[in-house]
Design a protein around this ligand. Sequence first.
Ligand code: HPA
Length: 271
Amino acid sequence: MLEKQIRETVKYIKGKTGILPEAAIVLGSGLGGFADSLEDAVILPYEEIPGFAVSTAPGHKGQMVLGKKKGRYVLCLQGRFHYYEGYTMAQIVYPVRVIKALGTPKLILTNSCGGLNPNFKPGDFMLITDHINFMGANPLTGPNEDWLGCRFPDMTKAYNQELAGKARACAKTLSIDLKEGVYVGYGGPSFETPAEIRMFQMLGGSAVGMSTVPEVIAASHCGLEVLALSCITNLAAGILDQPLSGEEVIETAGKAGRKFTELLEKIVEII
Ligand code: HPA
């Protein structure tokens, strides 16, 4: 059933553009700008793509944009589906599986998140080297989709080393001090409590956010090469004596957006 639906989605996308994207990029909250500058762009609103849910999160446009950047043909998702919006894990990872079925081998995931490492500053970028799933759910729960991957997928190489190396090199070229660390996936939509943040710090987390983890698990299951990058939009709850707000997250991501786009462009050029 899922396979049939995915094949239908793939057929729809292939009918709109005959070119196979070399990489897919999921653009997180406030980071959608990269897709606005694609050449020969084909825009597909999620509501018109068979099988896709519609994203409701602020700072997310809810459309797929296919086009060229630095001579590379890429597929961008301007907006993703979050667990806190009420989507099922299957809906959240649907686009990842479509990317695999299209034949696109590489997936770049981006997000906005809160810094757990007190040395991080709002506006910093972080390469995700690993994650802790604290969402209380896993997208692979239920009958295994054998045509996508195995029942118990290995997660030790979920974050592709070669792509990580290329991202480091691109950051260096652009004089960006790219941080690295472990991303903690939290369900939300309430921000974490200061006590939860202290726990995540003790567990070895570097940043916390409400996305990405389900997509990485599904991507790893089906054998996509994953690169994941965060924009630290705030220090996590309780680190500073100030309340958190969703507006602050979008605002900081928006301000960092130009530099983030530059980094993404460089990465797309060499992967
Ligand atoms: N916590 C969870 N998700 C987030 C945060 C945060 O502090 N900032 C941006 N997304």
